[in-house]
Write a protein that binds this ligand. Structure first.
Ligand SMILES: *[C@@H]1O[C@H](CO)[C@@H](O)[C@H](O)[C@H]1NC(C)=O
Length: 117
């Protein structure tokens, strides 16, 4: 029983690896860097949702990405929205060093972080 389970897990692992590699390009999201202090994240967040032109409607109260209601989570959503929207027009995932690229989809529950190929 345990052996079967182990085998099944190995097959699943193998399949997911193959799936990733056939994608051709890596999917990347832009999120807040854990190292960045909240006050810097807040400034970058304000910029992204303001002049930056990110669509921050999902992090407003009663919207799917409002929770967890932290500066780090809200900044992550805004950074990613900005990056996905503008990466093909020179927009970068930088925000004065407050942001970082990840290959792990940050989506959770009904909160979807978009990825645009
Ligand atoms: C902003 O995002 C929300 C939620 O995804 C969407 O319903 C809305 O149409 C978007 N607004 C604009 C201006 O793109």
């Amino acid at each position: 029983m345990v052996a079967l389970l182990t085998k099944t897990l190995l097959v699943l692992l193998l399949l997911s690896t193959i799936h990733q590699n056939t994608g051709g390009e890596f999917e990347q999201w832009c999120v807040a860097d854990e190292q960045t202090p909240d006050d810097e994240l807040q400034m970058a967040l304000d910029w992204a949702c303001g002049r930056g032109g990110a669509n921050c409607s999902s992090i407003q109260p009663n919207q799917p990405c409002f929770n967890p209601n932290t500066v780090k989570d809200h900044a992550s959503f805004a950074f990613n929205n900005y990056f996905q929207s503008f990466k093909h027009q020179g927009g970068s995932c930088f925000f004065k060093g407050a942001a970082i690229i990840t290959e792990l989809d940050p989506s959770h529950g009904s909160c979807q972080y978009e990825f645009i190929p």
